[in-house]
Ligand binder design. Structure first.
Ligand SMILES: *Cc1c(COP(=O)(O)O)cnc(C)c1O
Length: 388
């Protein structure tokens, strides 16, 4: 059976796939269907926090599957309630809505922000949401509208109205955007992932948070990619000294199964009542049981390890031949290289190393538990490939 041919024939061609068939893996090591071994610096796009085949996560999920996988949200269930409790305890937020993806978590955040403003100020008065240029918030029609990249704003008109985009790290532009009385919320990523691994500045984040506070404009932080220990803290916003009103997360908390979480702070504790939002699969029991086992283990030891590996990567790559810059936080890094990123990606793959790209950069999003030996081996291959 030729898997690539089958896929190309029958799966919608929405992905420019890398020409390998991944078969199985353990931790940061993956194997293709020819038995070729790869060191994986992508972890399923920041999903496999503890790598592939993480035993505790597999047991948590399979134990739940043996009991029951799905009941619908018509009934109370323990995994959902416990996961919501732990999320609130760890974040200081008050309520959690569960969906099935990052985009759905953001959809919920947008709906909650619009409803809060509608409750407070009247329908449609403060419905505008400000997001940043080069942001990425998902692929549904509304989250595409929220995404501040023109390349996404074609083919599918009409898009959801009510989004304004302003440049990242430009305090004056943000000030100007927030002068508009129709603005009810701001949504930002602390490190823009898909947009090229661009970190926001502390000044910009704090000024934006202050402006929002003064005007009772809600601050939504999209931690779909930056969350779950990725940047060296449970959520990246902790490093910026702010308290968001809404936090969304997905990717890493799933540990390999789909889940999206929208965390609502004090102001929005009572915003979403029965019937205002919902999802059939949202908060699926196997997904929640798995996510609980992931979230429990994102502890200080793991986070210290992320910081240590960040230092190691910086030490190895800064000033290396063919490397122009390294941006990002923790184990979410963008590497600007002299060679075209696509060529680097392909050459790495040949040598048994899987990397990602973001815009013109190479992106690293390894499992947080990748060993220093694996990382060193990966960096040796990488440096060999990018050197000029
Ligand atoms: C990946 C991502 C999303 C979308 O998540 P999906 O699970 O693909 O819907 C939204 N926001 C950010 C910041 C992301 O990185």
């Amino acid at each position: 059976m030729d898997v690539m041919k089958l896929d190309n024939t029958y799966v919608a061609n929405t992905y420019a796939r890398t020409p390998i068939v991944i078969d199985h893996g353990k931790g940061a090591i993956l194997y293709d269907n020819n038995g070729k071994k790869y060191i994986d610096l992508g972890s399923g796009i920041a999903v496999n926090v503890f790598g592939a085949g993480d035993g505790e996560w597999v047991s948590a999920v399979t134990d739940q599957l043996d009991k029951i996988a799905h009941t619908s949200n018509l009934y109370y269930t323990e995994p959902q309630a416990k996961l919501a409790q732990l999320l609130c305890e760890k974040s200081g937020m008050r309520k959690v809505f569960f969906g099935n993806s990052g985009a759905e978590a953001n959809e919920c955040a947008i709906k909650a922000a619009r409803k809060y403003n509608s409750d407070q100020y009247g329908e449609s008065i403060r419905s505008t949401i400000v997001t940043l240029e080069q942001s990425f918030h998902g692929r549904t029609l509304t989250t595409i509208s929220a995404t501040g990249q023109d390349s996404f704003h074609k083919h599918f008109h009409p898009f959801t109205p009510g989004f304004v985009h302003t440049p990242a790290n430009d305090v004056q532009a943000m000030k100007l955007a927030l002068k508009d009385e129709c603005v009810g919320a701001v949504m930002i990523e602390m490190v823009q992932g898909e947009g090229g691994v661009v970190s926001l500045t502390h000044e910009f984040v704090q000024q934006t948070a202050n402006l929002c506070h003064q005007k009772n404009i809600l601050l939504i932080v999209d931690e779909v990619q930056t969350g779950n220990g990725r940047t060296g803290t449970l959520y990246a916003y902790e490093q910026f000294g702010i308290t968001p009103d809404i936090v969304t997360t997905a990717k890493g908390i799933g540990g390999g199964l789909p889940i999206g979480c929208c965390l609502l702070g004090e102001k929005l504790e009572h915003t979403l009542g029965a019937g205002t939002h919902g999802s059939t699969f949202g908060g699926n029991l196997a997904c929640c049981a798995g996510a609980l086992s992931i979230l429990k283990r994102i502890d200080q030891d793991l986070l210290d390890g992320v910081k240590k590996k960040y230092e190691l990567i910086l030490r190895e790559l800064q000033g290396a031949s063919g490397v122009k810059s390294v941006t990002g936080l923790g184990l979410m890094l963008g590497i600007e290289v002299e060679k075209p990123a696509n060529e680097v990606l392909a050459a790495c793959r040949e040598k048994g190393l899987l990397v990602l790209t973001a815009k013109h950069k190479i992106r690293f999003l390894p499992a947080l538990t990748i060993t220093e030996e694996e990382l060193m081996e990966a960096l040796t291959i990488f440096k060999e490939v990018v050197k000029v």
